[in-house]
Structures are given as C-alpha cells and as structure tokens.
Design a protein around this ligand. Structure first.
Ligand code: FAD
Length: 451
C-alpha cells in the first residue's frame, strides 16, 4: 500500500493551499479530488467565445491572504466597472438613479438604514471572527433570527428590508428567518465591518485576469502528479488505540496510507464519507446543523455594455425584485458587455420549479426592471447551477441554523484522531470566501507541520 505524510481530500482552494504549504514544508502529499477538475466552487465556463466565472470571482481589499497568494502565483487583477449612476428599484418596481452609498429612499428610511449599519458595525467590532461564540452578546444574538432582531431594532420596513438584503439574499443566501443575528454579525466581522458588507465598491472590488479559478489551477499545476482527479474518497479508517499510526483512505477500490488526512470539503459533505470509527456524536450533530444557502448566479451578455452609454454603472439593488442585485460583469478588455445578477433563497426555490424558458423570461424581466427593454435581448444567458451538483449542493457556502453557532461552532475546527477538517465555510476572516479558504488551508498545514 502506498504511504504519504498527508492525504488531502478535495482540490478546492482550501485543499490545494494546504497541500502546497505541506509540500513546501517538505511533506510527501497526495490530493484526491472527486471531480474531473480542480477548483471546487471556482470554475470558468466558455459560452459563445466568452468566459463566464460561474462560481466565486471577486476579491476585496481586506482579503490579504488571497491577495498574498495571487502575488505569489503571479496572477493579476482588474477593477470591476463602476463609473456612472447606480439604480435602486423600489417596491412598486420603479427604478431610481443614485450616486454614492446613500440609497434613494425616504429621508427617515435612509436615517434608519444608517442607524442599523452603525448598530451592526458596533456588534461586529466586538467580535473576533475566529471565535464568534465568544462575542459578549453571543448567547442572546444566537437565539434570535436576524429577521426578528431587525424587527426589534427598527419599525421602518424598507430600512429593515434593505439591511436584510445585504446579509440574507446577498451573502448567506438564506431567508433572514433561518439564521441567527450572531451569524449575521459574523458575516460582517469576517469582512472587517458591516459598512464593508454594504459597500459594493469594497466587497466586489476586483477580479482576476483569467478568472479566480486560475488560483486552484495554478496551485494544481505546481503540485503536478500529486493531484489525482476522479478520486471520490469513500472511506477513511483509523485506529483509536494507535492514532499516531495514521489512517487508511479508500478511493475507487484502492487504499492509501497517510499519517494525517485533511478533509478539505464543506461540512455538509463529510457525511458522504464512511469514517471508521464513526465521528463522535457532537461532531456529527455540528455538521447536521450546517446547510448550504441557495443562489442562482445569472450572467447575461449583450453585444455591448449599453447601460454605460446611458450613464449607468451597471450596479443595481432591488430588495423586492426577483434579481435582488446586479453588477457590470464585463470581462477584462472585452467588447461585449455582461451583467451579473443573483436570485436567492426562496426566490431561487421558486425559479427551480419552473422550466428553463419560463425561468429565463422571469429573470430577464427582472433585469429589465433595472435597465429597461434592451436588457430583454441578450446574446448569451448563463445560469450557475451549484445546487444540483452532489459535490457542492448549494451556493455560496454553508452556515449554521439558529442557535448552533454558539453550540457547535468550535467543534468544526477540532481534529478527530489523524483527521483534520476545513473549508471556507468555517473560516473567520474571509468566512464563505476564497480568502477564508486560503486562511483555513494555511492553518491546517501549519498545524500538521507543528507550527
Ligand atoms: P470547495 O471549493 O467546495 O472544494 C471542495 C472540494 O472537495 C471540491 O472540489 C469537491 O469536488 C471535493 N470533494 C468533496 N467530497 C469529496 C470526496 N469525498 N472525495 C474527493 N473530493 C471531494 N467567494 C469569493 O471569495 N468571491 C466571490 O465572488 C464568490 N462568489 C461565489 C459565487 C458562487 C456562485 C459560489 C458557488 C461561490 C462563491 N464564492 C465566492 C465562494 C467561494 O467560491 C468558496 O468559498 C470557495 O471556493 C470554497 O473553497 P473550498 O476549497 O473551501 O471548498
């Protein structure tokens, strides 16, 4: 049986970063990836000669771990197009132009939005995102839903709906009644502040030339034949009487030995693998309380970026719209223009029940409520479909249900015998983002190397 120092399961950014650092540390490493490609939730598809990033794509200035890795790999970035006016579509479906951060809403609603942002900034400032369960108000914030918390703080419905949008549909991609206020504060703290989360120019700042999927592709290129594709790990067995002996990993009927195993998969996918002896009950329960959010990322390409000639940046928000946010997603130096929009949580459920043509018509109609009739005639229309992929199961990432972050959060970071666990879903800084995947991969490698 072949033996390695460490076997890494999963060739997303977490697994590949861990493997890369372990190899730098002198280890003999094998990466096993179930898909026929690396990158996990990062992927570029080509349609009608244009590239579309169907998974993660943006980099923000606080994401220092990812930015450091981009430098190390020699990858370049370019800014998202943001010249001109943004749009806000109100409850009646009327599009209003605005510039800067202040939404074109009634004065009282605007003041309430600012007040809520201030409250959430204060709560986020008191949180170490690596230990959200230690927040001074962790217990009380984890037992109310974010929706309830907003109702307790504010009687202006439109203000609440806009704040809800930034964390619910736009980030955790879950309805605000399904996750706790503490989980919302973690989302803000992981990005530095709530102010950062609501600032599209900050949070969606740059893209990578060639796509963010170049990160895992370049890491895999450097790892060479240490990465094995179509290797769906089925079983990991270790001996509690002798944990230092390592584990046996079974993949496609073959067995390999390793002193340590890194399970670099989302918490929800750990149960696909038979672990012998089975994980302690609390570890299993912790993962049962995690679930993926749901979002359909839609990219619509036009012969040219027509909105720019209308003085529009391509940025739009509509808390009452099917497509709740939209941005200019035109490729670096491309002539054709692309918009990207998102359909989240219960709206994504509803769209999933329609046939393809009806879904496309409804989504394009919503894009047209921002940009007018021209939006109805794209040259290319691409939907990202992560929820139907067994090896992901949703988008963007997983998070806890109400009450579980304080109860189980720390568990997801604990190794069991020779097995380490991690993915962007359990990151503090960069939670749910590629930056978090880099940080977790690095941390797991450091732990194994005894740093
Ligand atoms: P994954 O990428 O999920 O990697 C896990 C890997 O494990 C997968 O390749 C999977 O195939 C493999 N695997 C699972 N089970 C097994 C098994 N039994 N055996 C072998 N292999 C297995 N992040 C940003 O920073 N910016 C963005 O703009 C952004 N937008 C996003 C948009 C979408 C639509 C989505 C889906 C995600 C987005 N994200 C974004 C999130 C980001 O893509 C993820 O947080 C990150 O890529 C997760 O990396 P990971 O390695 O932790 O997990």
């Amino acid at each position: 049986m072949t033996s390695f120092d460490t076997v890494v399961v999963g060739a997303g950014v977490t697994g590949l970063t861990a493997a890369h650092r372990l190899v730098e540390g002198g280890q003999d490493v094998l990466v096993l990836e179930a898909r026929d490609r690396v990158g996990g939730r990062l992927r570029t598809e080509t349609h009608h000669d244009s590239d579309f990033e169907i998974g993660g794509q943006w980099v923000s200035p606080d994401q220092s771990a990812l930015i450091g890795l981009l430098d190390e790999l020699g990858l370049e970035t370019y800014p998202r197009y943001r010249e001109g006016e943004s749009l806000y579509v109100d409850r009646e479906g009327v599009a209003h132009r605005f510039v800067g951060e202040e939404l074109p809403v009634a004065e009282r609603t605007g003041k309430e939005i600012d007040r809520l942002v201030g409250l959430l900034d204060d709560l986020a400032a008191q949180m170490d995102p690596d230990r959200p369960w230690e927040h001074p108000q962790a217990a009380e914030l984890d037992r109310v839903t974010f929706g309830q918390w907003l109702e307790q703080q504010c009687d202006d419905e439109e203000a609440r709906d806009n704040i809800a949008l930034y964390v619910g549909p736009a980030m955790l991609t879950k309805p605000v009644w399904s996750f706790s206020a503490l989980q919302a504060v973690l989302m803000a703290a992981s990005a530095g502040s709530f102010t950062h989360l609501v600032d599209a120019d900050f949070i969606l700042d740059k893209r990578v030339v060639g796509g963010l999927a170049s990160v895992p592709e370049e890491l895999a290129r450097r790892l060479g034949d240490r990465v094995r594709l179509r290797a769906d790990v089925q079983r990991i067995e270790w001996d509690p009487a002798d944990p230092d002996a390592g584990a046996t990993v079974t993949v496609a009927g073959e067995q390999v030995r390793a002193r340590r195993v890194v399970l670099a998969v989302p918490p929800t996918l750990v149960q696909r693998i038979r672990i012998v002896p089975e994980l302690p009950a609390e570890h299993r329960h912790a993962r049962e309380h995690q679930s993926f959010g749901l979002v359909i990322k839609v990219q619509v390409e036009y012969a040219m970026p027509f909105w720019r000639d209308l003085g529009l940046s391509g940025t739009g928000f509509g808390p009452y719209q099917l497509v709740h946010e939209v941005y200019d997603n035109t490729l670096h130096r491309a002539e054709k223009g692309t918009l990207v929009g998102f359909v989240s949580d219960v709206n994504a459920d509803a769209m999933g029940r329609l046939d393809e043509d009806e879904r496309r018509a409804r989504i394009l109609a919503s894009v047209a409520s921002y940009f007018g009739e021209q939006a109805l005639s794209p040259v290319t229309y691409v939907e990202s479909d992560w929820q139907h992929q067994e090896l992901t199961g949703g988008a963007y990432a997983t998070s806890f249900d109400v009450g579980s972050l304080t109860r189980y959060g720390a568990k997801l970071h604990e190794p069991v015998g020779p097995i380490e666990f991690g993915s962007s879903d359990i990151a503090g800084h960069g939670f749910q983002h590629v930056d978090g995947a880099v940080r977790i991969g690095q941390r797991l490698a450091d732990r194994i190397l005894g740093r």
